[in-house]
Write a new protein. Structure first.
Length: 395
């Protein structure tokens, strides 16, 4: 079974928009209330589960009747379940401690686990206590609909994410074959360089939008807080942020789709980058964030899984850019050096292409199958000097 979400733009009326905002506010309030109850119980040496909090909801609704009228009961219960999952992930050292959600600073959304109807023929979504909402179905959702998530962007747009359960089994992973294995090196100057010579340049339109964002951010900062002009400036800034996000995601989807839909590729090797640690470099933090490597690897991961392509991650401390095929390691290489000459064999290496080939070689060494000798694997993966020279100088 495979779970797949379809995201659609919805166009609610003014009354429906108001009801959606109220439902989002109820979810935010219940989340903060549940987090406070959990913290108080933990200080007293007790433990509250999502079921315990759900049993307290009827008493809370009696004190606050608007929770009953403005939101669906199942949506509030799902909120408490999400809080319990976030709390458990923190104690398992998987995520951060859950924080209180603030208005205008957190994503506004709520879940609808049942009592809904998806009618793509009429172009509507039927939601509890909201009614039929006009929806643009650019794709027909395939499979059994499990739940719907209604979200609101900072720019005031509304979206619906329809989660479907599809009766599709993921194909088996293809066997490791050096002939169908490529290495991918990501960077700032060139977004991705493949060992087969392909290069994906970073789109320049995102940088143009970022310059516009800096200008609008300065305008927003000088407006009087609480005024209408500040709200107008905030909306203009939010639209530009949304434009940059859409362009970036469009580029990431195209690159990941092109890499994961190659018939001649059976294994893709990438680096396990410590992006969070790299962002501590304030001189490069903006450029690194703009590339969105983590999101790219996430997209590439599930798309490779759908196609049966094996995705291999090598260690983050491997000298991919410093190691020459002859075995010489250049420890003096800096970020400004885009190419370097090996003093041992005299080869001139392009930094990114050399890294892609080394990532491919390290990934093949990591995925060595039982019964394959090191000599045979080295011969097939390009450890032979003649084969490596041909790969590194390929344009």
């Amino acid at each position: 079974m495979r779970l797949r979400a379809y995201k659609y733009r919805i166009y609610p009326s003014k009354k429906q928009s108001c009801n959606i905002r109220k439902a989002c506010g109820c979810r935010r309030f219940v989340y903060n209330w549940g987090l406070e109850q959990k913290q108080l119980a933990y200080q007293q040496g007790k433990k509250l589960t999502a079921i315990d909090l759900a049993n307290k909801l009827p008493d809370l609704k009696k004190k606050l009747p608007w929770l009953r009228t403005d939101s669906n009961a199942q949506s509030l219960q799902t909120t408490l379940r999400d809080l319990d999952i976030a709390y458990t992930r923190f104690f398992k050292k998987v995520g951060n401690f859950p924080t209180y959600k603030k208005k205008y600073r957190s994503k506004e959304s709520f879940h609808v686990p049942q009592s809904f109807k998806v009618d793509h023929e009429d172009g509507t979504l039927k939601l509890p206590k909201i009614g039929n909402v006009k929806t643009i179905f650019d794709r027909i959702p395939k499979g059994k609909v499990r739940s719907i998530t209604i979200s609101m962007s900072r720019s005031g747009k509304f979206f619906a994410s329809v989660l479907c359960e599809q009766d599709i089994e993921d194909p088996e992973l293809k066997p490791v074959d050096p002939k169908t294995t490529i290495g991918v090196d990501v960077g700032i100057k060139s977004f991705a360089v493949c060992s087969d010579g392909r290069t994906f340049e970073t789109p320049k339109n995102i940088r143009k939008v970022m310059s516009r964002i800096k200008f609008l951010s300065r305008q927003h900062s000088v407006k009087t807080k609480g005024g209408k002009n500040r709200e107008r400036a905030r909306l203009r800034l939010a639209r530009e942020y949304e434009k940059a996000t859409n362009r970036r995601n469009d580029f990431l989807h195209k690159v990941s789709h092109q890499l994961a839909n190659e018939n001649q590729v059976g294994t893709i090797c990438v680096e396990d980058l410590n992006v969070k640690g790299m962002l501590k470099n304030h001189k490069l933090a903006g450029a690194i964030s703009d590339c969105s490597w983590s999101e790219f690897f996430r997209m590439l991961s599930y798309k490779c899984k759908w196609r049966g392509i094996r995705l291999v991650k090598i260690g983050r401390f491997e000298p991919s850019s410093k190691l020459c095929p002859c075995g010489f390691k250049n420890d003096t290489l800096t970020l400004t050096d885009r190419s370097w000459t090996c003093p041992k064999c005299g080869q001139v290496h392009d930094r990114d292409l050399l890294a892609a080939n080394n990532i491919r070689r390290f990934g093949l060494a990591k995925e060595t199958t039982v019964g394959t000798t090191a000599e045979k694997l080295g011969e097939l993966s390009g450890s032979n000097t003649e084969v490596k020279n041909r790969e590194i100088h390929r344009s």
